[in-house]
Design a protein. Structure first.
Length: 355
């Protein structure tokens, strides 16, 4: 029987994430699962008995999942490791909206238990390959889960770009930039730039001009089989290519950026088969008061039941606190793995923010 392993990636600049990583490591190790951490995070996490790995895709190879403790920025960082290895990501949100995360901090113990017992599904998310040409020659390649964005590098001057779809010119725009996004990225930068929200199961690519000075500059939804190209006209100032806000390439005048669907998707571990509509409502706090559908009646009945069970819920919360306290106590006994500098368990949660 092969040894089970899980890679834990955390936003170690946030005390809450460090404490969460320690709890996850303790619980996984007690279940006989080998825990890996990244070399640059090992000292901050302070746990012995774990495998320290370099920040390369090898860290995620043959792991069951990559557990990510932080916000969407931390998950995008972990995606660089998980995607080439074909290992699913499982995010626990400790940041802002956390659209890519599957669980919240208060569900941490239950989330680890689901990993231990293999009770999760895996779905694939479309990614894009990005290629840069200069004078006809390829000068750089990269990829993105959310979006590839061509942006102006000089604040005082707009870009002049020509958009091309499947080898045919579409329009020239004077703009601050252009976002080429996936359905997953439609709730990220493309959303802020005025693009539509696209359900994850819809296969498509988005092209969204940023602050374009043009009569025709509407967001576009194109086929996932299309090739989108953004060319900088020779007279335009230099630009910058950003992918997921992490990977960047300089673009001189005349450069060409080509975006196409990648053959290599990203895998996400899912604990809940929550409709994407419900995720939108929850994450964006959308107003749905007054809706009278069947699910609303069920929700009203459930709310009434929750009121009746309020006392029981308080008892359950107390039990969770005891469980976490017991975890802390086991850490203090020095059992392998042991974690140094474990913050007090009594209600201390740092409120960090992350993109």
């Amino acid at each position: 029987m092969s040894t089970r392993s899980v890679l834990v990636v955390a936003h170690t600049g946030r005390p809450e994430a460090v404490r969460s990583a320690q709890l996850v490591i303790q619980r996984l190790s007690e279940a006989g699962i080998v825990v890996r951490v990244l070399e640059e995070e090992a000292a901050d996490i302070g746990c012995s008995g774990v495998q320290s790995m370099p920040s390369t895709p090898a860290a995620a190879e043959d792991a069951e999942v990559v557990m990510v403790l932080g916000g969407d920025g931390t998950l995008l960082r972990a995606a660089d490791l998980a995607r080439p290895a074909g290992t699913p990501l499982l995010g626990v949100n400790l940041g802002h909206v956390g659209f890519l995360a599957e669980a919240e901090r208060e569900d941490l113990a239950a989330t680890v238990d689901r990993v231990v017992t293999h009770r999760y599904d895996v779905e694939e998310r479309m990614t894009i390959d990005v290629l840069v040409r200069r004078n006809g020659a390829v000068s750089g390649t990269t990829w993105a889960l959310n979006e590839a964005t061509v942006e102006k590098a000089e604040r005082e001057r707009m870009l002049e770009v020509v958009a091309e779809i499947d080898g045919r010119p579409l329009s020239q725009w004077g703009c601050d930039g252009v976002v080429c996004a996936t359905p997953t990225g439609s709730t990220a930068y493309a959303f802020s730039a005025g693009g539509p929200i696209v359900w994850p199961e819809v296969e498509a690519m988005l092209v969204v001009p940023i602050s374009a000075h043009a009569l025709f500059a509407r967001p576009l939804v194109v086929s996932p089989r299309s090739v989108v190209a953004i060319e900088l006209v020779p007279s335009t100032p230099r630009a910058v290519l950003w992918c997921d806000g992490r990977r960047t390439l300089d673009l001189p005048p005349g450069a060409r950026v080509e975006v196409r669907r990648s053959a290599e998707p990203l895998k996400l571990a899912r604990l809940h088969l929550t409709p994407f509509t419900d995720r939108l409502v929850t994450k964006f706090g959308l107003p749905v008061t007054g809706w009278r559908g069947r699910a609303a009646r069920q929700a009203n009945a459930q709310n009434a039941q929750n009121v009746q069970n309020a006392q029981g819920g308080q008892n359950a919360q107390g039990g969770q606190n005891v469980e976490n306290a017991q975890l802390d106590g086991r850490m203090a006994t020095g059992k392998t793995p042991s974690c140094d500098g474990l913050p007090p368990a009594a209600g201390e949660q740092a409120q960090g923010q992350e993109r």
